[in-house]
Ligand binder design. Structure first.
Ligand code: ZN
Length: 130
């Protein structure tokens, strides 16, 4: 897979301030504030930074946590996971495999059959509706 490399200046010019904060500065949007928190329209969620396909709407569910939640990525190659020990917590960070943008975290308290909850910032996503 071709990795997308851009300078921080280029990212800053292309992204909205909120997208930049989440994707490039590993920010987190306020809970219940995101555009897709309660969206359940059919479609594909792509990366707001590079357009890579990340999650299918089929995998989205209402976790009540305040951010879009998915039980699985569109495919395992679409995302990368890294251990994150910031904020005195042990979490697993989820990144876009194409551009390295920060998406959110994955937690082991999701629904059957994966048991995973991909807790993703709306600002990192763009829904391509079917
Ligand atoms: Zn990306």
């Amino acid at each position: 897979m071709n990795k997308i490399k851009k300078t921080e200046t280029e990212w800053r010019a292309e992204l909205t301030p909120e997208q930049y904060h989440v994707l490039r500065e590993k920010g987190t949007e306020r809970p219940f504030s995101g555009e897709y928190d309660h969206t359940f329209d059919p479609g594909t969620y792509t990366c707001a930074g590079c357009g890579a396909e990340l999650f299918a709407s089929d995998a989205k569910y209402d976790s009540g946590c305040g951010w879009p939640a998915f039980s699985a990525p569109a495919n395992q190659e679409a995302i990368e996971e890294e251990s994150d020990r910031s904020h005195f917590m042990r979490r697993t960070e989820v990144l876009c495999a194409s551009c390295g943008g920060h998406l959110g975290h994955v937690f082991p308290d999701g629904p059957h059959p994966t048991g995973l909850r991909y807790c993703i910032n709306s600002a990192a996503l763009k829904l391509e509706e079917e």
